[in-house]
Design a protein around this ligand. Structure first.
Ligand code: THU
Length: 136
């Protein structure tokens, strides 16, 4: 399978995941799909709360679900925000969380649709990453 096919497939899963979004406050559904090293795809959606600051982004929902299922290294990420007018990249908090589990060359594809999506590496989105030396 080519990278293009793989990205399209991953983006489709992110789009499907956005259908489960709980976003009654922003009305802005987001879905994320993470590709694992063994080919498994784990998805997440944004989950909002009436105490707005407790909202969890789609990306972090996917990351935390993946870790809870035993995965700790990610190969690619797709983010679908179907109501956006332009490609919406992950927020700063999600970029930090992603770098815990994905190397700088990890491709991140994001957009309102696959046709309008862009691909950046995690290193482009989050350069000069903070220290990793505290881990084992
Ligand atoms: N949101 C995400 O889930 N991921 C992003 O990359 C951007 C923003 C969510 C948070 C909130 O529920 C809604 O989109 C509006 O900001």
């Amino acid at each position: 399978m080519t990278d293009t096919n793989r990205f399209e497939e991953l983006f489709k899963k992110a789009l499907e995941a956005s259908e489960n979004s709980y976003s009654p406050y922003s009305h802005f559904p987001v879905g994320a799909a993470l590709l694992m090293e063994d080919g498994t795809v784990i998805t997440g959606c944004n989950v909002e709360n009436r105490s707005y600051g407790l909202t969890n982004c789609a990306e972090r929902t996917a990351v935390f679900t993946a870790v809870a299922r035993g995965y700790k290294t990610f190969r690619a990420l797709a983010i679908a925000a179907p109501k956006a007018d332009y490609p919406v990249g992950p927020c700063g908090a999600c970029r930090q969380v992603l770098t815990e589990f994905a190397p700088q060359d990890t491709p991140v594809i994001f957009g309102p649709s696959y046709e309008k999506s862009v691909v950046k590496t995690l290193g482009e989105l989050y350069p000069f990453d903070s220290l990793h030396e505290l881990g084992d």
